[in-house]
Design a protein around this ligand. Structure first.
Ligand code: SF4
Length: 393
């Protein structure tokens, strides 16, 4: 008999081993109890996996040979399969990893002085279809498992030889801002973030783990009291009419409902200095005008926050353009003059398609949305071609 989390099962040739990567302390405790082992094994094994990045039970040299053999018969450590790794000229690194569903997702590392931020994906594709987002155009395939989410941190830390317990570690911050809407994969994302913050995991402070949501209000409310990670909200528009176009989820959870949920999450955090971050992708002629800045000032006047402006990063047939530097600066200054803390995100990793909003992976789309977009693009190209022919004749 072999113990596989929660239920002892008969070991057969087809039996799937328990993946130790991605088990929280509580779940690993449960695993060892089922094996008849002491709880201290949990922390011992977690250190090997997350602090030292081992992928083989044989490497756990302070675990007896007998226990290692026993563990090997029923468990292993399986990170996501790396399909490719690209390095940008600016130091940004992008990994494409294959997940169990067969789709590929992307993880991006952005070094910036002493800070190293890892942008992690939570889903293969996304159902939400924000109009400016290349991930949304891929459709949706699957939620990532805890192992597939924390596995992105694991492989990045391994590749930099970064040990969490050291002060000069490469990954200082993790943002759940890669492919997918994290709150639509709630339980797995919460477990993965707990492992990021666990001292026997990556030991990151709650301020350095950020969950970014486009506004799944019921799930934001579920977070209250359950986690205290930093919150970022993809705002992108200062009024409901425009946000309905850019972030269709807004039709279900409009701005008033969204801001109430933000307030309720932030108000229970013990440290009153913590603020929510609003992400705002700037689209030329769409949401970058002075009237939008004015509306934003009014909308957020009572919300302690930071605003992160993200000049749009072009991708093929997006239909949007990046505003001029003058327009970006004008928008920023208008908000700053009213006392807002406003940053403009520098484009990083643009040469390897790793910049914000450019992540596509290879999603085996179950929604057929990607096919519809391809058809539209094709029709668009045909129309353009006819136009060129007409002009030439
Ligand atoms: S912006 Fe985020 S929520 Fe919207 S489609 Fe893209 S991945 Fe999904």
């Amino acid at each position: 008999m072999v113990a596989v989390l929660g239920a002892p099962v008969e070991m057969t040739a087809e039996c799937v081993k328990t993946n130790l990567l991605g088990l929280t302390q509580a779940k690993l405790d449960e695993f060892f109890i089922t094996l008849g082992e002491k709880r201290f094994r949990t922390q011992q094994i977690m250190k090997w996996i997350y602090h030292f990045g081992v992928s083989s039970i044989d490497e756990m040299s302070n675990v007896s040979k007998v226990l290692r053999e026993r563990l090997k018969s029923c468990a292993d450590i399986r990170g996501p399969e790396v399909v490719s790794t690209d390095f940008s000229g600016d130091g940004t690194c992008k990994w494409v990893v294959r997940v169990a569903s067969g789709s590929c997702v992307e993880t991006v590392y952005i070094p910036d002085g002493k800070r190293g931020t890892l942008c992690v994906s939570s889903q293969a594709g996304c159902v939400l279809d924000c109009s400016f987002c290349s991930t949304g155009k891929q459709g949706f395939n699957s939620d990532l498992t805890v192992a597939e989410i924390i596995g992105q941190v694991w492989l990045a830390a391994k590749s930099f030889n970064s040990v969490p317990a050291k002060s000069d570690r490469a990954i200082t911050n993790v943002v759940m801002m890669g492919m997918g809407e994290p709150l639509l994969n709630f339980d797995n994302v919460i477990d993965a973030m707990n492992l990021m913050m666990d001292d026997f995991g990556y030991g990151l402070s709650k301020r350095r783990v950020t969950l970014s949501t486009s506004g799944v209000v019921p799930a934001m409310r579920r977070m209250i009291g359950l986690t205290d990670v930093s919150l970022a909200v993809s705002l992108h528009a200062p009024n409901d009419a425009l946000r309905n176009q850019l972030v269709p989820l807004n039709k279900k959870y409009p701005l008033k409902t969204l801001l109430a949920a933000v307030h309720d999450y932030m108000s229970v955090l013990p440290d009153k200095r913590r603020v929510v971050t609003f992400e705002y992708v700037l689209l030329k002629g769409v949401n970058d005008q002075p009237e939008h800045a004015m509306q934003m000032i009014y909308l957020l006047k009572d919300v302690p926050c930071k605003i992160n402006l993200i000049p749009f990063n072009q991708f093929f047939s997006s239909g949007y353009e990046r505003p001029s530097n003058n327009a970006i600066r004008r928008f920023q200054v208008m908000l700053q003059q009213k006392g807002f803390n406003v940053t403009v995100r520098r484009t990083r990793g643009g040469d390897i398609d790793a910049a914000c909003g450019q992540l596509v992976g290879q999603v085996q789309d179950r929604t057929r949305r990607s096919v519809r977009y391809r058809d539209q693009q094709q029709k668009g190209s045909e129309a353009e071609l006819i136009n060129v022919i007409n002009m030439a004749s």
